[in-house]
Design a protein around this ligand. Structure first.
Ligand code: RB5
Length: 150
């Protein structure tokens, strides 16, 4: 799978760890930055990754900022994006099973690197359950279409 990944300065260290996990799992990735510890604005990097997933350029994305909150807000502005902030394993699993999340968001200042790596492994390997959940996602798409027309 091709994964878009990005972070701000607060998520940079964790991004490097996550890239190692993606390689270990045999995935390809495009790194949209940031590349230095210098302070940057998370919407700039959230936009690049969300745009890549939203337009189908990459199948899924991973975003990291300090809390994960800013990146989640940015990503969920984009059509076709279901971004899930998962700072523990249960949410990571459920976000795939029930929500078919296509962007995983992590808080680089909230959790340690070992938990983050485990969350990525879980999120990357858990399938969408479909069934009644697919109908709920269709309803989200309808809401998206209605609100875009406003
Ligand atoms: C940067 O200081 C911090 O605000 C950012 O990484 C993120 O936590 C925003 O939600």
């Amino acid at each position: 799978m091709l994964i878009a990944i990005g972070s701000d300065h607060a998520g940079l260290e964790m991004k490097t760890e996550i890239i190692a996990v993606l390689k270990e799992l045999g995935h390809e990735y495009t790194d949209y930055g940031t590349d230095t510890p210098q302070s940057v604005d998370y919407p700039d990097f959230g936009e690049k990754v969300s745009e890549a997933v939203s337009t189908g350029k990459t199948e899924r994305g991973i975003l990291i900022c300090g809390t994960g909150i800013g990146m989640s807000i940015v990503a969920n502005k984009f059509p076709n994006i279901r971004a899930s902030l998962c700072n523990e394993l249960f949410s990571a699993k459920m976000s795939r099973l029930h929500n078919d999340a296509n962007i995983l968001v992590l808080g680089g200042r909230i959790i340690g690197k070992d938990l983050a790596k485990e969350i990525v492994r879980t999120w990357m390997t858990t399938p969408f359950e479909g069934g009644r959940h697919a109908n709920r996602l269709r309803k989200i798409t309808l809401i998206e279409e209605k609100t875009v027309r406003r």
